[in-house]
Design a protein. Sequence first.
Length: 288
Amino acid sequence: MIKLEQVNYTYMKGGPFEKQALFDVSLSVNEGEFVGVIGHTGSGKSTLIQMLNGLVKPQSGQVFIDGKDIHAKESNLRSVRFQVGLVMQYPEYQLFEETVEKDIAFGPKNMGLSEDEIKERVLLSANLVGLPKEALQKSPFDLSGGQKRRAAIAGVLAMQPKVLVLDEPTAGLDPAGRDEILFKIRDMHRRMGMTVLLVSHSMEDVAKLADRILVMNQGRVEMFAPPREVFKRRNRLEEIGLTVPQVTRITDDLRAAGWPLPEGIYTMEEAFGAIAGMLGLGREESGC
């Protein structure tokens, strides 16, 4: 679904503040895959995701979506942006219409769809993100923080993209709102089978959701592997300013103290199971 070949990008090229953001980045993401994207500030992850729908054009290299070079002469960037839905950080700041319904309908209207098709998509996307029908007639500015975030995501989903890219979708939300958004993202991925890229600073969130984790470091791909393989490299992650999930730190410390636990444990359920098995406890005795 997504393929980057030797992509390079430099901000303010030729100027006194020139900074190269991406260095020969090559990677592929499969259709229907859920990819977590992590990296310290300035690692290149934001530049990378903005390339996926043409907001940023590589100065060298190619970006392919669904097998097509999005910057080829025959390519239509407008249609690419309908294929790749990008939800930027704090997307509720982009809400502007009188009602939630009109805001969600904005994208489908720009696609030239019929009124009936637009209404159907608005209702479907609102339902997917868990917005009640009565919220559609409210001003988006009367919604809670979590509901605003859902409305913004619904506006992207209404275009029915093949790829959904989310940049820190839980930033600034309280724990309840954060859990609700993550649950809905996971539910949408499972129900719709779309390709999802989630940028997050939370290792716990990425560990729970991602099939593979892309680790960016100083504009380069540091790692791109399943969560277990990534979190086995705790020392390297810490060297580049990242961490591992808390449960991984705890089980690593227990293993260092002599407990025969496997490497790369990254969920509470897995930790409970491994410790219970080591102690010879049944599922009920361990509390799992």
